[in-house]
Design a protein around this ligand. Structure first.
Ligand code: 2AM
Ligand code: CA
Length: 260
């Protein structure tokens, strides 16, 4: 992929601008709709943010395909060429209920491989940027690789549907760790694992836009990002995922596949 610097500058500007608009929206009443169920919400800000990012991409990179949460992407049947994968607001329930702990996520993939990715914690003002083979920075400051800490010596994040379901192995993983923490944003929980605040994030069913940006950030910082059975994730469908340090990942795959 060429002109990475130019793309990086543009994408950074677009995301920071979108973040300001989202913060401004708190001054007004935001319209909220249910999608598949009462916990699966979309707001006018999800739609407006996605529309603005899409228009920016189409203006500067016409012809590049866009795979985004709130759009009908029936044409995306493969990841050949350059594909932008976008979640305009990750953690919409947090956005609606808490006005905190949500993120804008943008990733640029080429032939199925992450090249550039962005997770913006809007309320903290922290923009995490990964460039393939060049590492990760937060607001321009390079981030060190995560230490390979074992499950027994760290906190884990588990998604709400998974922890409140009937999967005994998941609760056993929680007990084996130092403790369970829950945020409710796949992107931010992936950032927390990538920056060493937790040793693993485990979720039952993440969509491609919940995964794409975080996967490159995690892998650039030495974490392992797979399905529960240890196989690689499929960015064309929903996946059960583990993001973890290599040592914690091995333990968690063993426990989830009930070898121990
Ligand atoms: P969202 O806010 O963009 O929908 C919460 O546990 C995490 O799971 C959030 O990152 C949320 O992303 C995601 N999530 C919530 N409902 C989901 C669904 N039906 N399919 C896939 N991911 C979902
Ligand atoms: Ca979303």
């Amino acid at each position: 992929m060429n002109q990475v610097e130019k793309r990086n500058q543009l994408i950074t500007e677009w995301i920071l601008e979108a973040g300001e608009k989202i913060k401004d929206s708190f001054k007004e009443t935001i319209q909220v709709e249910q999608k598949t169920n009462r916990n699966d919400l979309v707001t006018e800000m999800d739609k407006k943010t996605e529309k603005q990012l899409t228009e920016n991409i189409q203006q500067y990179f016409p012809g590049e395909r866009i795979f985004a949460e709130e759009s009908n992407n029936k044409d995306i049947q493969d990841l050949s060429g350059i594909v932008w994968i976008i979640d305009p607001i990750d953690g919409t329930l947090n956005f609606v209920k808490q006005q905190n702990d949500f993120a804008i996520m943008v990733a640029v993939y080429e032939d199925g491989i992450g090249q550039m990715s962005y997770i913006y914690d809007v309320m903290k003002g922290e923009l995490y940027t990964a460039i393939k083979d060049k590492g990760v920075s937060c607001n321009g400051q390079p981030i060190e690789k995560a230490q390979d800490i074992a499950l027994e010596n760290g906190l884990v994040a588990i998604s709400s549907p998974l922890l409140s379901g009937d999967n005994d192995a998941v609760r056993k993983i929680g007990r084996k760790s130092n403790g369970v923490r829950m945020v409710g944003s796949a992107g931010l929980e992936t950032v927390y694992a990538s920056t060493g605040r937790i040793v693993a994030y485990i979720a039952a069913s993440l969509a491609p836009w919940d995964i794409a940006a975080g996967k490159l950030i995690a892998e650039e910082l030495g974490l392992v990002y797979t399905q529960h059975n240890g196989r690689k994730v499929d960015l064309l469908q929903k996946n059960p995922v583990i993001v973890a340090t290599p040592t914690a990942h091995e333990t968690i795959v063993e426990m989830l596949t009930q070898k121990v």
